[in-house]
Design a protein around this ligand. Structure first.
Ligand code: GRF
Length: 199
């Protein structure tokens, strides 16, 4: 089974969808480590309830990134746990060199818009305020930019008359909860970073 590390800062609804997909036999992975920079986050609670290994990231200095030494320690913990793929599931910090170099083209993110449109925070609100008729979500490889990496898959979501930022975000999240497990399952089956087996 592919070993997956999951990073998140929030309520963890995407991680809950991953746990459900795994229980339903649709996601052939082991969650090797679940890490969060927010001690009271839902994602950590879910991981603990599921009896999974967890890691609390302690970052007293910055809000939008990790200090290099903290990110190095996180990368070491993920490597030590044998992670082959890292999933950012609502992780609210920018990933920098210590993690990117430890897991080159092995980190994916779920973003609530049809990238390249609406990078950054509250992408659903950006789409609504721009008067779009549809938006969606994107799973992409993570690079040194913010929501700039190569796109793996997208799902479209309509914007309906009367939508509020909350109603639209909820509809996008439903789509996320299907898309993210599908993409991870497909990576787990193909492991595109490995050379094809001989013979
Ligand atoms: C999702 O909307 C995701 O697209 C964004 O952060 C949110 C995380 O939500 N990157 P949750 O913690 O998985 O519920």
């Amino acid at each position: 089974m592919m070993r997956v590390g999951v990073l998140g800062s929030g309520k963890g609804s995407n991680f809950a969808a991953l746990l459900n997909a795994r229980r339903a036999g649709r996601l052939p992975v082991d969650f090797a480590l679940v890490a969060s920079d927010v001690p009271a986050s839902g994602i950590l609670q879910l991981a603990r309830q599921a009896g999974l290994p967890t890691w609390e990231i302690q970052e007293p200095r910055y809000r939008t990134r990790l200090s290099p030494e903290v990110e190095k320690a996180l990368a070491a913990a993920l490597a030590e746990a044998g992670c082959e793929l890292i999933v950012l599931a609502g992780y609210m910090r920018v990933v920098k060199a210590p993690l990117l170099d430890a897991f080159p083209r092995r980190i994916i993110n779920i973003h609530p818009s049809l990238l390249p449109k609406f990078r950054g925070r509250e992408a659903w609100r950006q789409a609504l305020e721009a008067g779009e008729k549809e938006t969606g979500c994107t799973v992409h490889w993570v690079d040194e930019g913010v929501d700039t990496g190569e796109i793996l898959a997208q799902a479209r979501v309509p914007i309906l008359p009367g939508d509020t930022p909350q109603s639209l975000h909820a509809r996008i999240q439903e789509a996320e909860h299907h898309l993210l497990p599908e993409v991870i399952a497909s990576l787990a089956r193909s492991k595109p970073w490995q050379p094809p087996a001989a013979g």
